[in-house]
Structure formats: structure tokens, C-alpha cells
Ligand binder design. Structure first.
Ligand code: NAP
Length: 156
């Protein structure tokens, strides 16, 4: 099954200048708990921003060119085939979320309670996509968070 996970502001912004537009430690912990020991799939630009594979996960990068470094590379068909066998976590960025949206059955969205000025990467809106909210938890801003956030779990 394909599962998507992202953090967005209140206007669906997820990135700015090739990086995350906030410091949000509580969300990074949530991301780690959710994806640990799983297969994670990311676009080449997100891979560039990470700089190294996420530990204790099978890292897959998508690019139309050959990706340098020790990482597995797959095309869209290979990712979809793998998702027939196991849960595959789509971890961004904007191009890769848009690519797989129609195939995604489960989604973890963290709404970061802010509006980013000058954002240049966005998550697809969920409205009209047939998702149902099955869980929601509001978390105030902790000492290593820029903003309060709401963890949401959606399925369809
Ligand atoms: N807030 C969050 O949860 C979150 C999560 C992840 C990322 N981000 C942010 O999102 C931003 C990056 O997102 P982005 O949309 O600019 O880039 P991206 O989705 O990370 O990567 C785009 C790249 O993926 C490759 N690609 C796209 N479609 C493909 C296809 N059909 N087949 C094979 N390869 C394909 C291409 O690589 P080539 O150009 O090499 O061909 C393309 O340039 C950054 O700011 C990052 O920090 C935020």
C-alpha cells in the first residue's frame, strides 16, 4: 500500500529554497516513529536536501537521471509494484506527492500552524480526494518547535 507523509502550513506549503521552512522537532520525531524500518521514497530534490540516507529505513530516490551516491533508484512503475507487496512511504517533495496522490490510500499530514511567506513547494490539497480524517491530535509548540501543530491521519 502507498502511504504519504508530509508537514504543511495552513496553505499547503511544504518547502522553501530547497529546505523545510520551519524548525519543528516534534514533527521530525513523529516522522521518524512513523517511517522507521519502512521503505521511504523521495524525489531527487528532497534527496539533495537530506544529503544522506535516512537511517534504519530503505531509502529510494526518484530521478530521470542517474543519482550519485549509495542509494536505490526506482521509477514510478517500480514504486507502484513494490507497494503491492509492502507499505511504501512517500516522503516528498511536492512533485512526488503530486505524482502518487491518486494511488495513495493512507496519509499522515501534520498541519504546522503558520503561513510561510515565499514558499515554493506545496502538498496536494486533500479536499475532493475522497479522504476521511480518522485521527487528529493538536500539539502545542515545544522548546524545539517554531509553531504549534496538528497531527492528522487520513484514509480512503
Ligand atoms: N514539509 C514536508 O513534509 C516536506 C517533505 C519533503 C520535502 N519537502 C520540501 O519539498 C521541497 C522539494 O520538493 P520539490 O517538489 O521541489 O522536489 P522533489 O519532489 O523532492 O523532487 C523533484 C525531482 O524528482 C524527480 N522526479 C519527479 N517526477 C519524476 C518521475 N515521474 N520519475 C522520475 N523522477 C521524477 C526529478 O528529479 P531529476 O530532476 O533529478 O530528474 C525532479 O526534479 C524542498 O523544499 C523540501 O525541503 C518538504
Amino acid at each position: 500500500m502507498l502511504v504519504m507523509i508530509f508537514a504543511c502550513d495552513e496553505q499547503n506549503a511544504i518547502g522553501k529554497d530547497g529546505d523545510l521552512p520551519w524548525r519543528q522537532s516534534s514533527d521530525l520525531q513523529h516522522f521518524k516513529r512513523t517511517t522507521l524500518h519502512r521503505t521511504v521514497v523521495m524525489g531527487r530534490k528532497t534527496w539533495d536536501s537530506l544529503g544522506k540516507p535516512l537511517p534504519k529505513r530503505r531509502n529510494v530516490v526518484m530521478s530521470r537521471a542517474t543519482v550519485e551516491g549509495e542509494v536505490e533508484q526506482m521509477d514510478e512503475a517500480a514504486v507502484l509494484a513494490l507497494a503491492e507487496e509492502e507499505d511504501v512511504y512517500i516522503i516528498g517533495g511536492g512533485e512526488i506527492y503530486a505524482l502518487f496522490m491518486e494511488h495513495c490510500k493512507e496519509l499522515h499530514r501534520t498541519v504546522i500552524h503558520t503561513t510561510v511567506e515565499g514558499a515554493d513547494a506545496f502538498a496536494p490539497p486533500l479536499e475532493g480526494e475522497g479522504f476521511h480524517l480518522v485521527g487528529e491530535r493538536h500539539v502545542p509548540s515545544g522548546p524545539k518547535d517554531d509553531h504549534a501543530m496538528t497531527f492528522q491521519h487520513w484514509i480512503r
